[in-house]
Unconditional design. Structure first.
Length: 187
């Protein structure tokens, strides 16, 4: 993808939702089940102060699997964005991919260039908001998040892994962080 003119570009903070913004309790689709991860508001506030645009990029196969509707997702997203606004933080846009190539139902069963590890959601943000990928940061909790960032050319891709044991050296991530408060040094 052709990069926009860097003089008029903004750095971005790309955040996965489930596992980075909220605790991943499998197919979260209601405010009552949405528990914010400690440090997310501080991270986003600092990123905003530094001039980063904030985007959420999230696979939502629960829609495609029929666990909840797009309407349910958008209603929850509106609620989440309002909570961020009460903390003085603006989420520029939430990009989501409802498709799944194997488990999707009906029109939702397909391969999509927006489903991570594909970088489609990131490319949409670049096109719509003139994002400077080289100065941007992505935070994800899975290797597919990191693969999407690397494929798109995001400058810093951070794997948020607070309590997952195992070999963290087998990642494409720029770094592995165990606490969202650690991320400020990468902005």
């Amino acid at each position: 993808m052709k990069s926009p003119d860097p003089k008029s570009c903004h750095p971005a903070l790309f955040l996965d939702r489930d596992g980075v913004i909220n605790i991943d309790n499998a197919y979260v689709n209601k405010p009552d089940d949405f528990i914010f991860i400690d440090g997310i508001f501080e991270l986003c506030s600092r990123a905003s102060q530094l001039g980063y645009l904030i985007f959420v990029i999230t696979n939502q196969s629960g829609i495609g699997r029929g666990f909840y509707s797009e309407h349910d997702f958008l209603k929850l997203t509106d609620w989440m964005n309002q909570v961020f606004r009460t903390h003085g933080i603006n989420i520029e846009k939430v990009y989501f991919c409802p498709f799944h190539p194997e488990h999707g139902i009906g029109d939702y069963k397909k391969v999509s260039s927006c489903r991570k590890p594909a970088p489609g959601m990131i490319y949409k943000a670049v096109k719509e908001f003139n994002v400077d990928l080289a100065r941007s940061v992505l935070v994800g909790d899975s290797e597919t998040d990191i693969q999407a960032g690397v494929a798109a050319g995001v400058g810093c891709n951070l794997l948020y892994s607070p309590s997952v044991p195992g070999d963290k050296s087998k990642t494409l991530a720029s770094a592995v962080v165990e606490d969202l408060f650690e991320i400020e040094k990468f902005l």
